[in-house]
Design a protein around this ligand. Sequence first.
Ligand SMILES: *[C@@H]1O[C@H](CO)[C@@H](O)[C@H](O)[C@H]1NC(C)=O
Ligand SMILES: *[C@@H]1O[C@H](CO)[C@@H](O)[C@H](O)[C@H]1NC(C)=O
Ligand SMILES: *[C@@H]1O[C@H](CO)[C@@H](O)[C@H](O)[C@H]1NC(C)=O
Ligand SMILES: *[C@@H]1O[C@H](CO)[C@@H](O)[C@H](O)[C@H]1NC(C)=O
Ligand SMILES: *[C@@H]1O[C@H](CO)[C@@H](O)[C@H](O)[C@H]1NC(C)=O
Ligand SMILES: *[C@@H]1O[C@H](CO)[C@@H](O)[C@H](O)[C@H]1NC(C)=O
Ligand SMILES: *[C@@H]1O[C@H](CO)[C@@H](O)[C@H](O)[C@H]1NC(C)=O
Length: 823
Amino acid sequence: MEDLHFLHILIQFVVFLFVLPCIFSCPDQQKQALLLFKDSLLSTTISPNSSIPLFSSLDSWNSTTDCCHWERVVCSSPDSRSRMVQGLNLYSLAWRITDDPLPLDGKALMPLFTIRSLMLLDLSSNYFEGQISGPGFGNLSKMVNLNLMSNKFSGSIPPQMYRLRYLQYLDMSSNLLDGALTSDVRFLRNLRVLKLDSNSLTGKFPEEIGDLKMLQKLFIRDNSFVGEIPLTIVNLKSLETLDMRDNKFTMGIPSDIGSLYNLTYLALSNNKLNGTIPTSLQHMEKLKQLELENNLLEGLVPIWLFNMKGLVDVLIGGNLMTWNNSIKSVKPKQMLSRLSLKSCGLIGEIPGWISSQKGLNFLDLRKNKLEGTFPLWLAEMALGSIILSDNKLSGSLPPRLFESLSLSVLDLSRNNFSGELPENIGNANAIMLLMLSGNNFSGEVPKSISNIHRLLLLDLSRNRLSGDTFPVFDPDAFLGYIDLSSNDFTGEIPTIFPQETRLLSLSNNRFSGSLPKNLTNWTLLEHLDLHNNNISGELPDFLSELPTLQILSLRNNSLKGPIPKSISKISNLHILDLSSNELVGEIPTEIGKLKGMIDTPSTYSSLSDTFFNIDIGFSDLIVNWKKTLLGLPTSPSLDIYSLLDLSGNHLSGEIPNSIGNLKGLKLLNLAYNNLSGNIPSSLGKLEKVETLDLSHNELSGSIPESLVNLHELTVLDVSNNKLTGRIPVGGQMTIMNNPSYYANNSGLCGIQIRQPCPEDQQPTEPAEPAEEEEKQQVFSWIGAGIGFPIGFVFAVLIIYMSGYFSPLVPHRCIVLKPRRRRP
Ligand SMILES: *[C@@H]1O[C@H](CO)[C@@H](O)[C@H](O)[C@H]1NC(C)=O
Ligand SMILES: *[C@@H]1O[C@H](CO)[C@@H](O)[C@H](O)[C@H]1NC(C)=O
Ligand SMILES: *[C@@H]1O[C@H](CO)[C@@H](O)[C@H](O)[C@H]1NC(C)=O
Ligand SMILES: *[C@@H]1O[C@H](CO)[C@@H](O)[C@H](O)[C@H]1NC(C)=O
Ligand SMILES: *[C@@H]1O[C@H](CO)[C@@H](O)[C@H](O)[C@H]1NC(C)=O
Ligand SMILES: *[C@@H]1O[C@H](CO)[C@@H](O)[C@H](O)[C@H]1NC(C)=O
Ligand SMILES: *[C@@H]1O[C@H](CO)[C@@H](O)[C@H](O)[C@H]1NC(C)=O
């Protein structure tokens, strides 16, 4: 990319030199088209703040001057008979102050499609929206170099694009394109570079790709292509780069792939390729980088890979391949730079031959069965990334490891390492990811750790670390993700972490004292997990000063006092767990204003599950989900959950009606409190709720009929209250038939608990109409519940087959599996 821009600038400069004795100026028609383009950009773009100079780089586009002198415009040389606009470098047009991209309307491009002399058009990084105009681009038949990267173009690739037969360079990566790449791709005979990365393209990859004999670089990473890699790919003899990572390719790697003699980079990681690594590969003398990770490749890891004299990156882990453990020594012909043998069944000590690889920068041996200690030779090699997680390594860490100034990723999670963390840990000040979770480290966190100013993520969870003072981080440091859970830390909640703190888990320790005001220094805080500690005091009003907070767990502490009304101001909060504390008072009505629980949970993921291709294994968020404590994985995202758990407190008064506004909730747990009054019928509006637990309160009245609208309900517990009357029938309510979830009330009845209601036991004559009524109720519900057949089928089963309330029906007939859905 940069190279290309540099080239453009160079071309512009050269052209500029020639232009000095300018005789011909640009054709008026083209000038008008460009001015029209500028106008339509301005008129179709609604600036959120009109004072921002949106397109300042187009200031030189002025009707009184020669358009060949304008910025970003390249004309043909003046010695040709007439000058024409040949190139437009229109990348990053809008001036943007926020990360939030200001979309530009793709229609603004219309005037450009009349400039038929265009050979180069760079529209990258503009967030143009809409479909790619087929007729428009089809007009630009002289196009050689077209760059549409990083826009928001959607829809499929229009057929006219394939007719741009002079195209040599086509970049449409990072858009929202879908649909298939068609066989018409064969018309792009002159194509040298094709980049389609990061779209949603699907279908089989056309075998006509083999006709593009000039193709040198093919990038289709991060799409959804399926089927096999076309065998014709081996016809692309000029190919130097082939990147097909992150697709859904199946079947084997073409066995002839080794005939691509000019290939230097072959990346097929993260597909579903099976079979073995083709032996023809060893003939690829120019191959430098081989990335085949995370497929279904099998067989023994071929040792000949290490005899290939150009190969420096061997990333083949995460397959079904195994390492021949009888091979004790490998002597690579070339100094390796990156090596991944993750989950290759390596046993014994970390292979000693790796020590000969003086140029090694990246080593990934995770998920093997390695034993023994951390070798000193490995500590002495200046690696950038060391990933040894999920092995059985033991002993203490050699302090020498932290004298490295190149180490940026260290992942030793889930081994048996022990001892104290070396005091000099902070000398390795290039570390960005430090993950030591799930070992047996003890002692205090070394003070020096706060010297690692590039640290982004620190995971020391599940060890035996202790102490009540922590190293103080520079408030401006980068550290954003901190997991110190499941250790033996004591003292007050530390607020010594930088302002960048987004995720902080201190759960399962022995922290005490009240919630510190300094929490509000973390203006980016999204996830705060303090469960299973001994935090006391009241829930402070200043929590409302954390508007970015999405997840707050204070489960199982000693918090007292009421739930503050101001809690509703934490507008992004979608998981709130205050259970097992000593909270008193009423549930504030304002809770119904929690915007994060009103909105439907999104599938947008804020925390990526991989940083630099490293799995992030933060401790799960423990919640009471469907009556059992369960860990929700923190990565890739907890955004899809929306939970409110206030159980196990001393809350009193009525359940506020407003709770029914929290339409995004998947779980509402108010059990084990002193709540009284009726169950508000507004709970029937919680259309996403799967678990509703109101047990162990003082609730009276009947169960509201509206609960039949809860189409996702799988657990309803109202036991141990003072409820009376008929349990509503219909929808999921019909299969809410666990008798213990209705036990210990003051007179509930209904088919679910095979307890006839008084009115059902009246003398025989009215029996039929009653049944009829019941049927109607069920059927009137059908229309609304098409997606939820189990409740319906079940209702019909009960009414037609079991004979309503017949004591003879064996219980197993009505045990139907509740719908299981991923939350
Ligand atoms: C165009 O350029 C001329 C001379 O540089 C200047 O006087 C004029 O104001 C400019 N017009 C606009 C619309 O910017
Ligand atoms: C193609 O170019 C001609 C002028 O050369 C123009 O009249 C026509 O509108 C263009 N087509 C599109 C779709 O822009
Ligand atoms: C392979 O690369 C060499 C050197 O870069 C080049 O001369 C040759 O033409 C290429 N072969 C093909 C088939 O493109
Ligand atoms: C952790 O280390 C201690 C000694 O420091 C040892 O007693 C204990 O067994 C170890 N735990 C595990 C799980 O290895
Ligand atoms: C709270 O933060 C301020 C800076 O905002 C700092 O000066 C003070 O020392 C902190 N207090 C504690 C107890 O950490
Ligand atoms: C509650 O937290 C304490 C530590 O404060 C812990 O010992 C106990 O097991 C926790 N209870 C549950 C149910 O997790
Ligand atoms: C009902 O109450 C009794 C007595 O308090 C208790 O033993 C029993 O476990 C309760 N049943 C259920 C299902 O909660």
